[in-house]
Design a protein around this ligand. Structure first.
Ligand SMILES: O=P(O)(O)O[C@H]1O[C@H](CO)[C@@H](O)[C@H]1O
Ligand SMILES: O=c1cc[nH]c(=O)[nH]1
Length: 234
């Protein structure tokens, strides 16, 4: 057990899917895993372990934002031996070709400052996805009838951003979408020689102002979960 994860050591798989929303962890475990067991409910940050096609998998909520994800990813990696961590998140589309319900596979994640910034000092570290996971996720996504985009995303610290100029620069530099965790996940994976990836569903669009209706969210998130599972065990 750790401060934030009330599981026993063997309760957590080497492969962990990480949604921001703990209820998405519950839904994904109940929908896609066999014999899913609740392994964490400390602070309501639900985690489940079960199996997918015979492979042991944990789905653990990360909470919103890099400081929260950093707590869970640190404990999963350092205390529970997680080796492959795949974020399954929602994001806001930033480019015109990115549509609602599309999937973004994040090659890199730009950030202003992650929780790891203090150790890098003047270095602008470039957090990037694991190549084998990225390649497998793109193959899995392209085999489906779903818009798929591969490229850079923006991991923001603010959902209600008062700096429109930042988004302007992201759009100008081809950033596909905005979310709030991937850059720190990629940085921690690099530090601890793990594999990490973020597979994201576009739930709203910053340019058009469109939003996925809440009754369509779960159905749209299903592709993302299956892509993540297929990539983890490709
Ligand atoms: O849907 P999740 O995985 O929580 O991801 C996105 O949604 C939250 C903001 O609403 C942030 O965590 C952002 O990264
Ligand atoms: O961080 C996020 C997540 C979804 N949509 C956004 O606009 N931002």
């Amino acid at each position: 057990m750790t401060i934030h994860i009330g599981a026993q050591k063997g309760d957590i798989a080497e492969t962990v899917l990480m949604p921001g929303d703990p209820y998405r962890a519950k839904w994904a475990a109940e929908t896609f895993l066999q014999d899913a067991q609740l392994i964490n409910e400390v602070r309501g940050m639900l985690g489940y372990t079960g199996s997918w096609n015979g492979h042991k998998v944990t789905i653990q909520g990360s909470g919103m934002g890099m400081p929260s994800l950093s707590i869970y990813a640190n404990e999963l990696i350092r205390d529970f031996g997680a080796k492959t961590l795949i974020r399954i998140g929602s994001c806001g589309g930033m480019q015109p070709q990115v549509k609602l319900r599309d999937v973004i596979v994040a090659m890199t994640a730009t950030t202003l400052a992650s929780p790891s910034q203090s150790i890098f000092k003047e270095v602008n570290f470039a957090p990037s996805a694991d190549w084998s996971l990225l390649q497998a996720a793109v193959t899995a996504a392209q085999s489906r009838d779903i818009g798929t985009h591969v490229g850079g995303i923006y991991s923001s610290d603010t959902f209600y951003d008062e700096r429109p100029d930042l988004n302007e620069q992201m759009v100008r530099h081809g950033i596909l979408g905005v979310e709030m965790e991937a850059a720190e996940l990629y940085t921690l994976a690099a530090r601890y020689q793990c594999r990490a990836l973020a597979v994201l569903t576009v739930s709203d669009h910053l340019g058009t102002g469109e939003t996925l209706p809440s009754d369509q969210r779960e159905r749209s998130f299903g592709d993302m979960v299956e892509i993540a599972l297929e990539a983890a065990f490709a």
